[in-house]
Design a protein. Structure first.
Length: 201
């Protein structure tokens, strides 16, 4: 049975048509009230559907907004970059992350991060898998040594970029990403891939 507040025409929408209306409503709500003010009820009303239609697909506003972002700009989790070099792959991943900042705005990004506890844990595992994949390819190409790189190390660049976004309202530039890749990510990965161990105190 449809919800009483959902118009009859809206209840008949299915599939891509309904999803498009919902995602358009998400972006309109973000423009109008920001992430902090966005609610499932508000998106449902703007999309002219019932909120239970949203909850059947997305358990909370964080998952809904991320779905709208992936719809607009694609998901790096679905297609690990393969530029032919570890430097290029890392740059592509970080550039994609930074472009999300531009898409949502700094306040939207901060709001998403505040709600990160509500995110499906499988997303974090998939993100770690992307970094592991590009590092594995680099080892096969002979760019880095064959020793395994600890998982806590592979995601360091992404964590540092998220920290940079949180503490600064300035957009992330190509120079910022290049410095992160050249001065931190590549030396760290090469160190561990060479089988070296950090000094113990």
């Amino acid at each position: 049975m449809g919800e009483p507040d959902a118009p009859a025409a809206a209840r008949r929408r299915r599939g891509e048509e309904l999803e498009r209306a919902i995602f358009d409503a998400v972006w309109a709500e973000l423009d109008a009230v920001g992430y902090e003010g966005l609610t499932m009820e508000g998106v449902a009303a703007r999309a002219q559907t019932g909120k239970q239609v949203l909850y059947r697909r997305w358990p909370n506003r964080l998952e809904l907004v991320l779905a709208a972002v992936r719809d607009r700009s694609g998901s790096i989790l679905d297609h690990a970059p393969d530029t032919g070099s570890l430097r290029g792959d890392a740059t592509a991943i970080l550039r994609h992350m930074a472009d999300r900042q531009q898409e949502l705005g700094i306040h939207g990004i901060r709001g998403l991060m505040m709600d990160a506890a509500d995110l499906d844990p499988s997303g974090f595992a998939r993100s770690a898998g992307i970094w592991a994949a590009v590092i594995e390819r680099a080892a096969k190409r002979g760019e880095i040594g064959p020793s395994p790189v600890p998982g806590r190390v592979t995601g360091t660049a992404g964590e540092l970029l998220r920290h940079r976004i949180l503490i600064s309202s300035a957009p992330v530039t190509d120079e910022d990403i290049a410095l992160l890749v050249e001065d931190i990510f590549l030396p760290l990965i090469r160190f561990h891939a060479a089988g070296r161990q950090p000094l113990q105190s």
